[in-house]
Design a protein. Structure first.
Length: 54
């Protein structure tokens, strides 16, 4: 009975390790660019540009 308990405890101890290995993918995520107040992100120049009010 102690061998079964040890095997179950070892299996339960390894479950979080397997889930962490699968859940840390950095692909498929985009980072949001934030600009200072009065500025706006320009995708063409890949930079923050000043907002011009007309």
């Amino acid at each position: 009975m102690t061998l079964r308990t040890i095997c179950c405890a070892a299996a339960l101890a390894l479950v979080p390790v397997a889930s962490l290995a699968m859940g840390c993918s950095s692909r498929g995520h985009e980072q949001t660019q934030s600009c200072a107040p009065g500025m706006q992100w320009d995708a063409a120049s890949q930079a923050c540009v000043e907002v011009i009010n007309s």
